[in-house]
Design a protein around this ligand. Structure first.
Ligand code: ZN
Length: 181
């Protein structure tokens, strides 16, 4: 039926952690996250390993804590701006968890999840803002229902439970770069 949607400039690293959306045409939310593995450390490919169930959980105490979790995001933007995509946009990635947006629960059903390699209080890189703006525009071309008021942080849809992308994320800079590109 419908073809899988991959971002044009992303490195494809398919994850098994996805399933079908209840309504493939109902995609109207973009969720911005952050992740770093181990927390606060950047570089390497542990995030890719985590999202593809290939992480060696004996390598770090924190990796023990997340053992058995099956999660993913549609894409990850590395510190240098590279984009790795794990799940086609039309499929349901497992990034939001328990969540609600304007009274609708289970945001994974109708959202796209983008991870920035980073942590809540560490400034994101210029390359990340640049790639995120480009990826956002590509996503909005595929899904015009994602208007600017439907781009949120994980902390917005899971308040009290999640804090990402954190105070370090410059929403004004991001929104301006999307508007001007
Ligand atoms: Zn998150």
């Amino acid at each position: 039926m419908s073809q899988d949607i991959w971002l044009p400039d992303g490195i494809r690293r398919p994850s098994p952690n996805f399933n079908l959306r209840p309504d493939p045409l109902m995609v109207d939310l973009l969720v911005i996250h952050n992740i770093s593995l181990p927390p606060g450390q950047f570089g390497g490919d542990d995030i890719e390993r985590f999202f593809t169930n290939c992480l060696d959980h004996s390598r770090h105490p924190f990796f023990k804590e997340i053992e058995g979790l099956e999660v993913s995001a549609h894409a990850l933007i590395h510190r240098d701006g590279r984009v790795t995509q794990f799940v086609p946009l039309n499929k349901r990635a497992w990034h939001a968890g328990r969540s609600v947006f304007q009274g609708r629960e289970n945001c994974n059903d109708f959202s796209i999840g983008i991870e920035l390699e980073g942590s809540d209080n560490c400034p994101y890189s210029p390359q990340q803002y640049q790639s995120l703006a480009q990826v956002t525009c590509e996503i909005c071309d595929y899904y015009p229902k994602i208007t600017t008021d439907r781009i949120v942080g994980h902390s917005d849809i899971a308040p009290g439970r999640k804090t990402d992308p954190g105070p370090a994320f410059d929403w004004v800079r991001y929104r301006n770069s999307v508007a001007s590109s």
